[in-house]
Design a protein around this ligand. Structure first.
Ligand code: SAM
Length: 247
């Protein structure tokens, strides 16, 4: 029997999926992106390329991959396996259609409709110490229960690369203009010691956590975080299990 807590996670994830399969699609439409967001995504690609070029990894899992538009093509330029996961089944169906049109075999790349909390169930990540799990374009900040996602990753031996936003005023302004241009209504921005949380009356909930939050929350699960700012509002967090660093 599932616990009330897992039921509430399912409900929250269902709400996120309902948002991103409808109104939230506008957040993935580059016609709505202010210049700073375009630059942010270009820099995300460049940072990811540098990580992949080091040749350490054999599989990349992209969490919140949508229809593969963010990083799939770039990952496949490297001799790596790609697995894209997203809550929205329709986005994943489009990703798989694109792969079959390009005749990419499922053994090389595949999309799966699933919740990031279930990461530990991915066969490609079991016994995989050369896997990188990436969270593009603040998908991490959309997770209903981020700690569950970190706990699932920590049960494996995977490294995480999280692309998110900084939490200063100037970054918040740029986020607000991106959300407004994407049709998010009655935007609310709440700041506390751990995060900046944007929400809208038509369903957006997007968190950006502070460096201190990343450090302490990930440490609870045995991860150490290296962080770098990029572009006008970006923060990239590379989380590696301390036991791997110390090996
Ligand atoms: C790439 S993020 C975009 C966030 C937006 N750019 C922002 O600033 O907040 C959105 C994607 O993450 C996916 N997503 C959210 N929570 C998820 C979860 N728990 N597991 C898998 N995918 C998730 C959504 O379905 C959506 O397709």
């Amino acid at each position: 029997m599932s616990s009330p807590r897992s039921e509430s996670n399912k409900e929250q994830s269902a709400a996120v999926a309902a948002f991103y399969s409808s109104i939230g699609q506008a957040l993935a439409d580059d016609a709505n992106y202010p210049a700073a967001i375009r630059q942010h995504l270009d820099e995300e690609k460049a940072i990811l390329s540098r990580h992949l070029a080091a040749g350490k990894y054999s599989v990349v899992v992209e969490v919140g991959c949508m229809d593969g538009r963010l990083h799939m093509a770039q990952v496949l330029r490297f001799p790596l396996r790609y697995v894209g996961i997203d809550l929205v089944a329709e986005s994943v169906r489009k990703l798989n259609l694109c792969l079959s049109e390009r005749r990419v075999p499922a053994s090389r790349a595949v999309g799966l409709a699933m919740d990031a909390c279930q990461l530990a169930k991915l066969d490609c990540l079991r016994d995989e110490s050369s896997a990188l799990v990436i969270f593009p374009f603040n998908s991490f900040g959309n997770m209903a229960e981020p700690s569950k996602v970190i706990a699932a990753a920590a049960r494996l031996t995977v490294e995480l690369l999280i692309f998110t936003y900084r939490t200063d005023e100037a970054s918040n302004e740029l986020r607000a203009s991106y959300y407004r241009d994407s049709g998010m209504t009655n935007l609310e921005c709440i700041t506390n010691r751990s995060e900046v949380r944007f929400s809208s009356s038509n369903g957006l909930v997007s968190h950006a956590y502070t460096p201190r939050w990343f450090e302490t929350e990930f440490a609870r699960f045995g991860y150490r975080c290296a962080m770098d700012e990029f572009g006008r509002l970006g923060l990239v967090v590379h989380a590696v299990l301390a036991r791997k660093i110390d090996d």
